[in-house]
Write a protein that binds this ligand. Structure first.
Ligand SMILES: *[C@@H]1O[C@H](CO)[C@@H](O)[C@H](O)[C@H]1NC(C)=O
Ligand SMILES: *[C@@H]1O[C@H](CO)[C@@H](O)[C@H](O)[C@H]1NC(C)=O
Ligand SMILES: *[C@@H]1O[C@H](CO)[C@@H](O)[C@H](O)[C@H]1NC(C)=O
Ligand SMILES: *[C@@H]1O[C@H](CO)[C@@H](O)[C@H](O)[C@H]1NC(C)=O
Ligand SMILES: *[C@@H]1O[C@H](CO)[C@@H](O)[C@H](O)[C@H]1NC(C)=O
Ligand SMILES: *[C@@H]1O[C@H](CO)[C@@H](O)[C@H](O)[C@H]1NC(C)=O
Ligand SMILES: *[C@@H]1O[C@H](CO)[C@@H](O)[C@H](O)[C@H]1NC(C)=O
Length: 878
């Protein structure tokens, strides 16, 4: 996101307190619960998001590089390296004197901004086939070096405390200096990590400086750029609960009782041994975003921790009548919070909270069971970007993504192919999603010249252990994925790497199983016998015209769970329909008639029967899933469109795979998935639109998505026939011989002999007006600068119907204490930069994302377009 106003900055502090309430698994207790003691050493976790200076350089400004400083960076990972003899030791002294890290450096001319920040998303887009950042990476300027600088102040009350920096994610090759001294770093841009600043801090002002670097050709998809997640400063007693240092798991779980096992890792970064420590942990319900009543406690344990050492404490407790966490809609996502206190000589010196849930997970040959109930995975894969706001993680944008997926009936998300923002898992915990938490897209063999394979040998252990320690308290996480379509799937070295990674995973978390997404391993590949769970990309259901491989894996591994880690890869451009339409239930997309592609415009037909050559339509995937009922479900590629990977048209800037487009407008197949995944919704969805002046008298197929089993279509009152949807092959109603004439299409559907739902699509009048609406009809926005309003514009006729194929340019403006963050229309070929206030409609729709700048009042969003009645929408700042 771009620089915020000064006012937004002032209001940031409030945001962080609010964020703390609902977001992080470790929550600074001071912000959420009345403090029980007055110890001066209670933990403080302060947001460092506000008030940064930033400069991006397209050529190296400082002669630094990861390889130059590697010896100083590797020790940042030492606490995650199990074999003590392999831990890197920091060289003596400082690496070099770096101008941009000095407190005296004058950064006044640099950009002023707040985090989270993605320096690339504002563009401009690179176009053409030789672009330095091409279609795959989203044509946005991620490359180069970015320097971020910020001052923070410590007072005498901070003396003697441990001072830690926590970074939830920064892209990439992070290097950190404090007061000119090099502190450490972490290269993987999706990782969360902590650095100990204590030996470099001083009373008064402290100058923090962070260097990031992104190479060209470093990713297959849009990685974003910059410090794109939250950054925190933790002040705590030098004896404290370690970063991500608690772990709570449950066993013997039933409605009547559950046994909880707690491990607390205590760290002493001070110079004196601690010989009389007690660790006490209370259990509270988590209710309404707050710590609620206490319902139990773990037995208090004693521990000693020497200087510069850690020690762990285990204890267990059995809770009766636990309120279990389970996925929606059949179960309820109840949460608990553990409040852990470290006491020294009976005085509390640290308080640390851990949000968790109580539930059981079993992995059976017939899929995953949560609390004994088989949950068929109705999943989607999601990249980490949030459309036109880029990779900068904003909770309300991620929440909108998940809400729309949940309404569609999705119950699971795969975080393809990297660790997500911690707050995404908090949302999943609260909303009752299951998460397939994935960490790597490459191992030793790269997919791109400069991708993660370069540092896999040095970093896989630290990245994997820290990832699991960060995420294992989330009840939503039900499986780990430690690789996606890795190049080593069929080699014996690949099987060895898989075993090594999976062993680490089992050490860090014996309660969950691991998988990898295998697109070309076979039942006889060595790796297949290594993985706990068989995760198949596309091959299971049968890619293209190929046969499903589910039965081959099943007969080779009758006791392993099998599911589709990645399915379908259907592609389409919202609102775009091409003729003729394939008569098949799935076709490989190309640019020949009937195969869905329009190379002239880089559009793919939205009849949603077309897929890439390695994929299949949703309908064909459903056939396979149902034919092999032992399959545990699927993760569709993808839930939402994302920046980059614009297959099949590399000249574009964003994907065609999404069930929902980049702006958040559902494509037709949203309703196909809803009809299968959320079948109690009384819904019938007709496609295409009915504005085809050039098709009068031509065959124009009409398809309907509904969970009904019988439907009759009428065109201008004339029946086009009754269609019965017959298992196991039909997942849509099709009338493929309708002859177009303008007017009204109506479908009436029936389920089990009774009326179910009806729907109408009619030829519209000419566009006369712009109609604005707000996501979920929200008419207010939080003034903290971290809430977003999503305002849609429909280019409408006089009756208010959105007019398809009418894409005027729209100008957005805002009055009052707000600003337009970005605009979009979901068209993958639109190269107008995302922050632009001018946006053409696409398929009659456009979106503006609005943020409050801090003052109270009302924000009026206005959309104008030549010849059309202006539209407005008013938001109250709360
Ligand atoms: C970087 O290195 C080059 C050659 O090694 C040298 O000419 C240049 O002065 C250096 N720049 C800085 C900022 O140190
Ligand atoms: C590093 O830079 C600072 C500020 O420019 C300067 O005061 C200091 O002497 C330099 N140290 C070395 C070792 O060059
Ligand atoms: C504590 O729990 C951890 C994790 O389960 C385990 O590795 C360790 O052996 C346990 N320690 C004791 C003393 O039980
Ligand atoms: C800690 O508290 C307990 C119980 O109140 C007391 O028996 C004990 O003497 C106290 N220890 C110290 C070191 O104050
Ligand atoms: C693409 O353009 C060519 C030449 O104008 C035309 O013949 C063809 O029908 C167009 N294809 C589509 C799918 O519109
Ligand atoms: C279908 O209708 C029949 C008779 O009305 C009823 O007995 C049956 O339970 C219904 N089945 C379903 C799946 O609703
Ligand atoms: C559904 O059918 C009823 C009764 O014929 C009609 O009044 C209504 O307009 C129809 N709704 C739609 C969306 O077609």
């Amino acid at each position: 996101m771009g620089p915020n106003s000064v006012q937004a900055t002032a209001h940031r502090l409030l945001v962080f307190v609010l964020l703390l309430l609902g977001s992080c698994p470790e929550v600074a207790v001071g912000a959420v619960a009345p403090r029980q003691n007055t110890s001066p050493l209670t933990r403080e976790r302060l947001s460092l998001n506000a008030g940064w200076r930033f400069q991006r350089f397209t050529s190296n400004p400082d002669n630094l590089s990861y390889s130059k400083l590697k010896a100083w960076i590797l020790p940042s990972a030492s606490s995650y390296i199990k074999d003590a003899s392999s831990r890197a030791l920091r060289p003596a002294g400082q690496p070099t004197n770096v101008t941009y890290a000095q407190a005296t450096f004058d950064d006044k001319s640099w950009d002023a901004l707040n985090l989270p920040h993605d320096w690339a998303v504002k563009g401009p887009f690179y176009t053409g086939s030789n672009a330095v950042i091409g279609g795959g990476m989203g044509r946005l300027p991620i490359q180069g070096v970015g320097w971020y600088r910020k001052k923070f102040t410590l007072t005498s009350t901070d003396q003697g405390k441990g001072i830690f920096l926590e970074v939830d994610g920064a892209m990439s090759y992070v290097m950190v200096w404090l007061n000119g001294n090099f502190v450490g770093g972490w290269p993987y841009g999706y990782a969360s990590f902590q650095l100990d600043l204590t030996s470099y801090v001083q009373q008064g002002d402290n100058q923090l400086a962070i260097r990031l670097e992104n190479a060209v050709d470093s990713s297959r998809f849009y990685p974003g750029a910059g410090i794109y997640r939250n950054v925190w400063l933790t002040k705590v007693s030098t004896t404290h609960v370690q970063y991500h240092g608690t772990w709570i798991s449950s066993r013997q779980v039933s409605e009547e009782s559950a046994t909880l096992d707690l491990v607390v890792q205590v760290e002493n970064t001070g110079s004196a041994s601690q010989t009389d420590l007690q660790i006490a942990t209370d259990i509270h319900v988590f209710q309404g975003g707050k710590i609620g009543e206490k319902v139990g406690q773990f037995p208090t344990a004693k521990v000693q921790v020497g200087s510069a050492k850690t020690a762990s404490v285990n204890s267990s407790v059995t809770l009766s009548n636990p309120r279990l966490w389970g996925p929606k809609p059949s179960q309820t996502p109840n949460l608990y919070v553990a409040v852990t206190r470290v006491l020294s000589n009976n005085q509390t010196i640290d308080e640390y909270t851990t949000r968790f849930g109580i539930r059981s997970v079993q992995y059976t040959a017939d899929g995953v069971k949560v609390n004994g109930e088989r949950i068929y995975l109705q999943g989607v894969c999601q990249h980490h970007d949030l459309g036109s706001i880029g990779s900068a993680f904003i909770v309300s944008a991620a929440k909108r993504q998940l809400e729309m997926l949940q309404e569609m009936g999705s119950n699971a998300v795969r975080t393809s192919h990297n660790p997500p923002a911690p707050e995404l898992l908090d949302l999943a915990d609260e909303m009752g999603f299951l998460i397939l938490d994935e960490i790597f897209d490459t191992w030793n063999s790269g997919k791109r010249t400069n991708d993660f394979h370069l540092i896999f040998p040095d970093w896989h252990e630290a990245d994997l252990r820290s990832f699991i320690r960060r995420d294992r308290n989330h009840p939503s996480v039900v499986m780990w994925s430690y690789g996606n379509e890795v190049a080593e799937q069929r080699s014996s070295s690949g099987a060895n790497t898989a075993r090594m990674l999976q062993d680490i995973l089992h050490e860090e978390d014996p309660t969950r199983l691991g998988t990898i997404a295998m697109d070309n391993a076979t039942p006889t590949s060595a790796i297949t016998s290594v993985v706990d769970i068989i995760g198949l990309n596309y091959q299971g259901e049968g890619r293209g015209t190929g046969q499903p491989t589910f039965p081959n894996f099943r007969s080779a591994f009758p006791n392993k769970m099998i599911f589709s880690t990645e399915s379908s890869s259907g592609i389409s451009t919202r609102g775009t329909y091409l003729f003729p339409v394939t008569s098949s239930n799935s076709a490989t997309e190309d640019d020949t008639p009937g195969n869905g592609g329009d190379a002239n415009n880089s559009y793919v037909s939205s009849y949603d029967l077309y897929a890439v050559s390695w994929g299949a339509s949703p309908d064909k995937v459903f056939v396979s899933q149902d034919k092999y009922p032992y399959v545990g479900g699927e993760f569709v590629w993808t839930g939402w469109d994302y920046i980059g990977e614009p297959t099949p048209y590399d000249s574009s800037r964003s994907s065609y795979f999404g069930i929902i487009d980049l702006a958040g407008f559902p494509k037709d197949r949203y309703y196909l998935y809803q009809s299968r995944w959320n079948p109690t919704v009384r819904m019938a969805h007709i496609l295409p639109h009915w504005n085809w002046p050039e098709r009068v008298g031509l065959v124009t197929p009409v398809h309907v998505f509904s969970s009904a089993d019988k439907a009759e279509l009428f065109l201008n009152g004339v029946s086009q026939g009754v269609v019965n949807k017959k298992a196991p092959s039909d997942y849509r109603f099709r009338w493929d011989k309708v002859t177009y004439q303008p007017g009204k299409l109506e479908v009436v559907t029936y389920k089990n002999g009774s009326f179910w739902a009806n729907a109408t699509v009619a030829t519209t009048g000419d566009a006369t007006q712009l109609k604005l609406s707000s996501y979920k009809n929200r008419d207010s926005i939080r003034g903290d600068g971290n809430d977003l309003a999503f305002i849609s514009v429909g280019v409408s006729d006089k009756d208010g119907n959105v007019v398809p194929r009418t894409d005027p340019s729209i100008s957005f403006s805002v009055q009052g204490p707000g600003e337009i963050v970005s605009t979009d229309n979901g068209n993958p070929t639109d190269f107008v930069p995302f922050p632009s206030k001018e946006r053409k409609a696409f398929g009659g729709l456009a979106l503006a994302i609005v943020r409050a700048t801090g003052e109270s009042g009302t924000i009026t969003v206005t959309a104008t377009s030549k010849g059309l009645t202006t539209g407005t929408f008013t938001l109250k700042v709360v």
